[in-house]
Design a protein around this ligand. Structure first.
Ligand code: GUN
Length: 287
């Protein structure tokens, strides 16, 4: 039977480490880390995510402020707010929840956040730093994927890693992180020819295509490690209730060395990594 990688437990451990770092900063006379989350409009899912992020800050001792703007707020208003937060020495992390309303240029807004306070790691400067292996803030979900992998992989050097999915927020950064760890990385996607054969060679599979149960049992070699980033809401025909499914046919991959469940795998790591990034930014900004 494959080991199940417990994302909730590993996220809790990371939160404890983050809390200790906050305590150490305060003991050293530094300013308490501060995160501002900006929410524009009334999107229901975004409200839930933002509430979770704010609540998580409390647990580790990070100051958090939620800035809400109405759905018809102008782009200028949002840019002015970000400009003010960029200059505020008590603010170390700025997260602007996406999606933004259609009249706002999302790329422009994300680029206006200071790279040093960009705790999402979405700013092109941070993307560049990651792709050149020169530090910077790593996006939360890819960072979470690497921490989960580190919990079961002793030595990454020379391992064959296959990433399924080429998004800017997961696939591409995960591929860069695996390269930095000295893996041989193949980046694939749903149009890749011979995807099952490519996966069968992998020591590590990171599935982030958003395609429910794409990765079948016979795509996975014995002893591989699988991280399932996919999370799709589907109707369970047996119970008539909604359920979450990943990109991996979980029941078919029990010959793997280890696999993350959905839910309870990558999901809990994302917010824990946001908190860790906020503390990293607060330390860097305070020299
Ligand atoms: N919307 C959904 N997930 C995220 C995230 O990680 N960061 C931001 N800024 N918006 C999101």
């Amino acid at each position: 039977m494959a080991d199940i990688i417990d994302g909730r437990a590993i996220a809790r451990q990371l939160d404890e480490k983050t809390k200790t770092q906050v305590d150490e900063m305060l003991a050293a006379g530094m300013t308490r880390p501060g995160l501002v989350v900006i929410l524009v409009g009334e999107d229901g899912a975004s409200q839930v995510y933002v509430r979770r992020k704010i609540k998580a800050c409390e647990k580790v001792g990070i100051n958090s402020i939620e800035h809400r703007l109405p759905a018809d707020a102008s782009q200028e208003e949002l840019l002015a707010l970000i400009d003010q937060l960029n200059k505020d020495p008590e603010v170390h992390g700025i997260l602007c929840q996406v999606p933004l309303p259609e009249h706002i240029d999302t790329r422009l807004v994300l680029r206006s956040i200071s790279p040093d306070k960009d705790v999402d790691g979405f700013h092109p400067v941070n993307v560049g730093r990651l792709s050149t292996g020169t530090g910077g803030i790593v996006p939360c979900t890819p960072l979470g994927v690497m921490i989960l992998l580190q919990s079961v992989v002793d030595d990454f050097v020379g391992k064959d890693a296959v990433v399924i999915g080429k998004s800017n927020i997961v696939g591409k950064p995960v591929a860069n992180l695996l390269l930095d760890a000295e893996c041989t990385v193949t980046v694939t996607h749903i149009y890749t020819h011979n995807l099952p054969a490519i996966c069968r060679k992998a020591d590590i599979i990171v599935a982030a295509a958003g395609a429910p149960k794409l990765v079948k049992g016979d795509w996975v070699k014995d002893g591989a490690v699988i991280i399932d980033v996919g999370i799709t809401r589907i109707m369970d025909e047996e119970t008539g209730k909604e359920k979450l499914v990943g990109d991996v046919a979980f029941d078919e991959v029990q010959h793997a060395k280890a696999v993350t469940p959905v839910p309870g795998g990558v999901g809990p790591m994302t917010i824990a990594c946001l908190l860790a990034n906020t503390v990293q930014a607060a330390r860097a900004l305070q020299g």
